[in-house]
Structure formats: structure tokens, C-alpha cells
Write a protein that binds this ligand. Structure first.
Ligand SMILES: [Zn+2]
Length: 120
């Protein structure tokens, strides 16, 4: 009877540890570091915001302008002369959602976002 109990405790421990590891892999995985800026399907920049100096990037498309700001290792759309301003309202890229300016055909996204969804 004693060995049965030890086996049970061992099994429970293994189960618990593998659970902790899965949670770690799912939620605590570091974010992809590289950000890709695409205009009309063409990659303009691949940046590592954490290593960039604070600066502004201006992108033109058919005479319209978008100003992307890199500040404190983060990226957002500072100004845009598109009619809807959805890209500005998206805010910082922190949450992993791409910033898309549909009228000006501009996309700011994490580079990993484009690879196949095997990693979930
Ligand atoms: Zn826009």
C-alpha cells in the first residue's frame, strides 16, 4: 500500500510540473522582438524597437503621410492623414495586434505574426 501512495504522489508531482511548464510556455514566452513596417505590400523597415533610438518615421503613400513614432522601445502611429484614424486609435503595438492604416495601405506588425500559426 505504501508504494502505491508514493507512486500516486510522484504521478501528481509530474502532472503538476508539466502543467506549470505549459503555463510558462503559453503565457510567459517573450514577445517577438522585431517589428515589420509594410507599405502597399512592400517591406520598408524591420526594426527592433527595444534597440532603437526614439525617433519618427514618415511614410508616404500617394501623397498621404503617416508618421510612426518609436519611443521607449514601443511603436505607435503618431499622425496620419487618412480619413478614419483607426491606425492612431489602435494605440501602441504592445498587445500584439497589428496597427493597420487601410486607406494608406500601411501595416505595422510583429514579424512573427506572419509565420504560420503552429505556435498558436
Ligand atoms: Zn490610418
Amino acid at each position: 500500500m505504501k508504494t502505491k501512495r508514493i507512486l500516486f504522489i510522484l504521478a501528481a508531482a509530474v502532472f503538476l510540473i508539466s502543467g506549470i511548464i505549459s503555463v510558462y510556455l503559453l503565457f510567459l514566452r517573450p514577445k517577438p522582438e522585431k517589428v515589420r513596417i509594410t507599405s502597399d505590400g512592400e517591406t520598408l523597415y524591420v526594426l527592433e524597437p527595444a534597440r532603437e533610438e526614439d525617433r519618427l518615421i514618415t511614410v508616404e503613400y500617394e501623397g498621404r503621410e503617416n508618421v510612426i513614432e518609436i519611443k521607449d522601445g514601443r511603436v505607435h502611429m503618431l499622425k496620419a492623414d487618412c480619413p478614419d484614424h483607426i491606425c492612431i486609435e489602435t494605440g501602441w503595438l504592445d498587445n500584439g495586434l497589428p496597427i493597420i492604416c487601410l486607406p494608406n495601405r500601411l501595416v505595422i506588425e510583429y514579424e512573427d505574426g506572419r509565420t504560420d500559426a503552429a505556435a498558436g
